[in-house]
Write a protein that binds this ligand. Structure first.
Ligand code: ACO
Length: 334
């Protein structure tokens, strides 16, 4: 029986910090509007000479250090991203070249903001087939590269960041830097409804037939029907959490901390209300990072560990939703 564990975790957020007041000098918005509608106060932005793969490498090195492993020990590199460096090659290949995991299988996984949770499910399957595997799962996003900085309804919401975990079969002992203990992946559940794909798109793919010299159109950038996404997000997060707990014979009383995808504080509060979770059990760090998509949940796990809100023995529920429309939840036992 496979007992998948997160054996190490590392996070990276770029130094450049964009406040709401900075954005208010570019578009017609205000700190008061952004905080009251979203809870976001700041977001971080990659430097001009830094890519999503660079951010991923920085997080991955810290995750390997936490796990006590070297790049050469890794057998699989999965990058969860919907803002890859290129359409081809994968960010996972670029990242593995920079990191030195030569020979390890490497591929990207695009489930938008649910990418990290999807990655756990994929890693579970890979480890079931190969218990000796040592899997590096990296959530890395460069969303500020696909923001339309003239669109106040979207440019306020997203930020850049990366976080990585090392997954192994079995508990290899106490991690060295970030995690208080290895975390057993008790269960994970994912889903999607592709009929809803127009609600959130990020361009740059081949759907539009660009010819050399054509100017980019608005659909090159992130476009979103915010209100519809909001409603679907509350419904899907609440139901996937309830289903996952039920099939594990658990209730929310058995959960020590809930780390939801960090998109909007009002979505998080609405889900907390539906699940009847006290605010003290709900982790929030979007005030500082905004929505970092596939990096959001592992960034949250890292911050929760550093703040002492996750300890050895904690049971943590994570849950995400994203473009696609995708959703997922997982139970981690530290
Ligand atoms: N500053 C000031 N006013 C604004 C801003 C802004 N930044 N943005 C919108 N407004 C205005 C609108 O123009 C509108 O004005 P009007 O009434 O004169 O037309 C008014 O505020 C209300 O706009 P709404 O879009 O209805 O505002 P809402 O309360 O729905 O909040 C928001 C918008 C924050 C985008 C919200 O809908 C939301 O968070 N949705 C979910 C987004 C999300 O979670 N996305 C992540 C998806 S995950 C992934 O895969 C990437």
């Amino acid at each position: 029986m496979t007992a998948i564990h997160i054996q190490g975790l590392g996070t990276y957020v770029p130094a450049k910090r964009i406040t709401n007041d900075d954005l208010a000098s570019r578009v017609d918005t205000s700190d008061e509007w952004i905080v009251s509608r979203t809870g976001i106060k700041a977001r971080h932005m990659l430097a001009d000479d830094e890519n999503g793969s660079d951010a991923g490498v920085k997080a991955a090195l810290l995750a390997l250090e936490d796990a006590g492993l070297e790049p050469g020990d890794i057998t699989h590199v999965l990058t969860a991203t919907c803002t890859p460096d290129y359409l081809c090659p994968s960010t996972a290949c670029i990242l593995s070249g920079k990191l030195g995991t030569h020979g390890a299988m490497a591929f990207d996984l695009n489930a938008a903001c649910t990418g990290f949770v999807y990655g756990l499910d994929v890693a579970r399957g890979l480890l079931a087939g190969n218990p000796d595997a040592k899997i590096l799962l990296v959530g890395s996003e460069a969303f500020t590269r696909r923001m339309n900085w003239n669109d106040r309804t979207t440019c306020i919401l997203f930020g850049d960041g990366a976080a990585a975990v090392v997954l192994t079969d079995g508990d290899a002992g106490t991690p060295r830097a970030c995690l208080p203990s290895a975390a057993r992946l008790r269960d994970v559940q994912c889903g999607a409804d592709g009929r809803q794909y127009p609600l959130l798109t990020v361009g740059g793919g081949t759907a539009r037939n660009y010819r050399p010299g054509d100017p980019v159109q608005d659909d090159f950038y992130l476009q979103m029907q915010g209100r519809e996404v909001f409603k679907l997000a509350v419904r899907s997060l609440s139901s996937v959490c309830a289903q996952l707990l039920e099939r594990n014979g658990l209730s929310l009383d058995d959960v020590d901390l809930f780390i939801p995808h960090q998109a909007n504080l009002r979505i998080i509060e609405a889900v907390g209300d539906r699940l009847k979770l006290g605010a003290d059990k709900v982790f929030v760090n979007l005030d500082e990072y905004g929505n970092t998509s596939a990096a959001s949940i592992p960034l949250g796990i890292g911050d929760a560990c550093r703040q002492g809100r996750i300890r050895a023995g904690s049971r943590v529920l994570i849950s995400a939703f994203g473009g696609g429309f995708t959703w997922g939840a997982a139970l981690l036992e530290f």
